[in-house]
Design a protein. Structure first.
Length: 124
């Protein structure tokens, strides 16, 4: 599982969701749609209309992968922090029932406010 408490290890930048759809498609339930996706160095995160799927690519070849499913129904609270003058990265923090806090850092070019609206749409 990805160490969600150490977000600085994996600053995410937007990617085309089609680029990773083949990797997560077998995990999607009927009627579930991928909305947006972000990639770190190797790992990536996909926001669907039902959950967040994080993919931790492991090993030298990258064939071994850990898929973590974070359902919106378990989110108790969330926070977005926009990039600033000196802190160029945005952050998304979510508190999950039974898991605790999940923290994701995004490169400054990510519209973190629209990501917050996306989360709100599915959580509230």
């Amino acid at each position: 599982m990805i160490d969600f408490t150490n977000g600085s290890l994996f600053k995410l930048q937007p990617i085309n969701v089609q680029d990773v759809l083949g990797d997560i498609h077998p995990l999607l339930v009927q009627g579930e749609n991928a909305v947006t996706a972000f990639r770190g160095i190797r790992d990536f995160v996909v926001f669907t209309d039902k959950r967040i799927i994080t993919v931790n690519i492991q090993g030298m070849t990258g064939k071994k992968r850990d898929f973590t499913s974070l359902p919106y129904s378990k989110v108790q609270a969330f926070s977005v922090e926009t990039a600033g003058t000196f802190d160029l990265d945005g952050e998304l923090e979510l508190w999950f029932s039974g898991l605790g806090k999940v923290r994701l850092e995004f490169k400054g070019n990510v519209n973190i406010q629209s990501l917050g609206q996306l989360i709100a749409q599915f959580v509230l």
